[in-house]
Design a protein around this ligand. Structure first.
Ligand code: COA
Length: 236
């Protein structure tokens, strides 16, 4: 098992990791026990009935059963959400123990359920779109009773980045343009819709709209540019 992981760990989403880091990872495999991954995008008691209703709606149209992992037919895939994105990679749970071990994905860094970023994202490969159900908690206040603009930007960056990653591999945000049309009430449920605009070489352009669940109200609109990178560049 460890030898298998050691062979595969040289690649992160298909990108080569430097040999020095690789040596440290392989050496450390002997002392690290596998850790279980908690999926933070599963329903929890803080979810409002509306959040749960829309989750059930999209979950019913997924290609895999979330609990049994059995194949179904449906256009959507529910995306798991760990507290470090590196854990998505082959051997990622081991890598995450080695590089800045205490680091946490910003949106998953607060343990209190419902207090900050409650969200779940679904990906539709055929249509090259991602939607995210987002229930902002009370610790995300900006204007009284409403969500901080930076928290909305965070979620737009997160979901558009997820779509860019699935379509173009490892990428970083190069440009994020946001128009805030209407304040988002804390504790409400909104839908973040992201779609591929175009890919030009290393550049992936994504459009994004944040709306009410019935889509009658547009809260925010954005366009985001991601640039593909060699993952090794992040490791020096
Ligand atoms: C984005 C980044 C990787 C680009 O650097 P690079 O790899 O040297 O690539 P280049 O500067 O050659 O840019 C690649 C292409 O993207 C375009 N581009 C890069 N930054 C851009 C920006 N902010 N706005 C518009 N276009 C941009 C370039 O014009 C170039 O286009 P071209 O291929 O048509 O000529 C680099 O600037 C970077 O790392 N930025 C920080 C990213 C970050 O920290 N994001 C937040 C966390 S994810």
């Amino acid at each position: 098992m460890l030898a298998h992981i050691a062979r595969r760990i040289g690649h992160f989403h298909g990108h080569q990791i430097s040999s020095a880091i690789l040596r440290r990872m392989r050496a450390s495999l002997k002392t690290i026990n596998p850790i279980s991954l908690q999926d933070f995008s599963q329903p929890n008691p803080s979810w409002s009935p509306e959040m749960r209703k829309f989750y059930d709606h999209y979950n019913a149209q997924c290609d895999t059963d979330t609990e049994t992992y059995e194949n179904k037919t449906g256009p959507w895939r529910k995306l798991p959400s760990y507290n470090r994105s590196i854990k998505h990679a082959t051997g990622g749970i081991y890598i995450s123990k080695l590089i800045q071990a205490k680091a946490r994905l910003f949106t998953r860094s607060v343990n209190e359920q419902g207090a900050t970023f409650e969200y779940v994202a679904f990906f539709n490969k055929e249509e090259k779109i991602c939607i995210c159900l987002f229930q902002p908690g009370h610790l995300l206040e900006g204007a009284p009773g409403h969500v901080h603009g930076g928290a909305i930007a965070t979620m737009i960056d997160t979901v558009t980045g997820t779509l860019a990653g699935y379509l173009s591999g490892p990428s970083v945000t190069a440009n994020l343009n946001i128009n805030y049309r209407s304040p988002v009430p804390l504790g409400s449920v909104v839908i973040i819709h992201c779609a591929l605009d175009r890919i030009e070489g290393r550049k992936t352009f994504i459009t994004c709209k944040v709306t009410s669940t019935d889509e009658s109200k547009v809260y925010t609109e954005a366009t985001v540019l991601f640039v593909s990178i060699k993952l090794g560049s992040l490791f020096g």
